[in-house]
Design a protein around this ligand. Structure first.
Ligand SMILES: [Ca+2]
Ligand SMILES: [Ca+2]
Length: 202
């Protein structure tokens, strides 16, 4: 049975990409300089643009809003360079994980690739449940198979991947606290049941 670990713990266990640290630092500085005003990023649209430039992937407004709140560690409603650098490093890890799980390199995660990612994070969820959960965060895209034929398939983009993993991690902590406080086995209230209730998919 796989050991449950948090996303942050799992991230540190996975082989980092070959990108030199100095390169990432330079990219973080460049992205910040492009969108800062008087030494700070003032709002979510500017943060969204800076982050999209940094990781070369689109980020939704809701994800930018979430990251803005999380990054603003001193609570002054601005993102200074230190806050942006810390966020940029975390987001680069997310991007690298996403690319690692995109095993066929087509730029999106199929449901199978997503399911494997969740397994790597220590979740033990059946594929049917993952498909229902993924539908909350996936989108229809036209993909090409090896023979060049195109078809529509539900896939997770970077944004959906990050959002879904953050929610699952939060729910896992809630689940652990719940079963711990009740003094019962996790099997009494399965994790999938909790996720299903929250997302209305069971
Ligand atoms: Ca701040
Ligand atoms: Ca893929």
């Amino acid at each position: 049975m796989a050991t449950a670990v948090s996303l942050s713990q799992q991230s540190s266990c996975i082989e980092p990409p070959s990108r030199p640290a100095s390169s990432l630092s330079g990219q973080i500085s460049h992205a910040f300089q492009s969108y800062q005003v008087n030494g700070v990023i003032t709002d979510e649209p500017h943060l969204r643009a800076a982050l999209s430039e940094l990781i070369s992937l689109p980020i939704s407004r809701s994800t930018a809003r979430q990251f803005f709140r999380q990054a603003d560690s001193n609570g002054d409603d601005y993102i200074d360079f230190t806050e942006f650098r810390n966020l940029g490093r975390v987001l680069a890890q997310w991007r690298d994980l996403y690319m690692q799980f995109d095993s066929n390199g087509d730029g999106v995660l199929s449901l199978e690739e997503y399911w494997r990612a969740l397994c790597m994070f220590g979740y033990e969820l059946d594929t049917a449940f993952v498909e229902r959960y993924a539908n909350q965060h996936s989108e229809l895209r036209e993909v090409s198979d090896e023979g060049g034929e195109t078809r529509e398939e539900r896939v997770l983009g970077f944004d959906g991947f990050v959002q879904s993993c953050i929610k699952l991690d939060r729910l896992r902590k809630v689940h652990q606290q719940y079963v711990s406080s009740m003094g019962v086995s996790p099997n009494v209230v399965p994790f999938e049941h909790l996720v299903g209730m929250v997302h209305g998919i069971i």
